[in-house]
Design a protein around this ligand. Structure first.
Ligand SMILES: [Fe+2]
Ligand SMILES: [Fe+2]
Length: 266
């Protein structure tokens, strides 16, 4: 198998998590060795056919048990939740490159590199989680993360606005605070992993901003206004809630005007 879209299909099939991770790293390595081709083999399969592992059990946010961070169980549950976010992030990176066709080759390369980084994040968190006595799948997880992908399966601008520029951007807002907590509690390994993830995630949101602007320009759309329109049309619950990390979001390609709008200042 040396076609990027066939590799994507292999991720979405009912195989083990280890195989999904292996295929992701393999695809990125093949690309770097010039062995991956980007020819369109067939139309993408419907997003409803994407297959997820049997574990973890997926629950709605309301059904998720609350586990405060001030206990060992709470901390393990926190890292389990992060493992799930990273696992879904692997799927999200593969899905954006699988579903949207006929785009510049750089687009596919960017999301393939991101898929590989998400797989690395997942592995780092999974190893940490195992040291805390849990494995990925031992606890239930939040089922909502994939919903944005389903809702935006036919519109690449909506996908970029909702996934990198809402969901992943949220990580830039909340991770620095989590880092402070773990620094105070003396979890050096957790701090190192979350720092690495945060650095990479700034880059993922930046690629989201870059391609959002690129396609807006191609279609003659004004990007700031179109971002607002995409949120109004696809984001459930009005607008993403702050507080927003302005410094990191600016590095990741948000404009001050977009942040003012998110903060209700304009
Ligand atoms: Fe990640
Ligand atoms: Fe990411």
């Amino acid at each position: 198998m040396n076609n990027i879209f066939e590799m994507a299909e292999s991720i979405f099939q009912p195989n083990s998590i280890a195989e999904k991770l292996h295929h992701t790293h393999q695809a990125w390595q093949m690309f770097n060795e010039g062995q991956l081709n980007f020819a369109e083999i067939r139309e993408p399969a419907a997003i409803a056919t994407v297959n997820f592992p049997l574990r973890p059990l997926l629950l709605s946010p309301k059904q998720m048990p609350k586990r405060p961070l001030n206990s060992a169980n709470g901390i393990a549950a926190f890292f389990h939740a992060i493992a799930h976010i990273e696992f879904i992030a692997i799927y999200l990176a593969w899905d954006i490159l699988y579903r949207f066709r006929g785009l510049p080759e750089q687009f596919y390369q960017d999301w393939l590199r991101i898929a590989d980084e998400e797989a690395q994040h997942f592995e780092l968190i999974q190893t940490h989680l195992q040291k805390l006595g849990l494995d990925y799948g031992d606890l239930p997880a939040h089922h909502g993360l994939w919903e944005h992908a389903v809702d935006t399966a036919d519109n690449v601008l909506a996908r970029l606005a909702l996934v990198p520029r809402c969901m992943e951007a949220r990580g830039l807002d909340v991770t620095p605070k989590m880092l402070l907590k773990f620094k105070t509690s003396g979890d050096a390994a957790g701090v190192a992993i979350l720092t690495r993830i945060l650095t990479d995630e700034v880059g993922h949101v930046e690629r989201g901003s870059f391609w959002f602007h690129y396609f807006c320009q191609e279609q003659g759309l004004e990007p700031e206004r179109h971002y607002q329109e995409m949120i109004a049309r696809y984001y459930k619950g009005g607008k993403p809630k702050g507080p927003f990390n302005r410094e990191l979001r600016i590095i990741a390609g948000f404009s001050n005007a977009e942040l003012d709008w998110l903060e209700n200042k304009s």
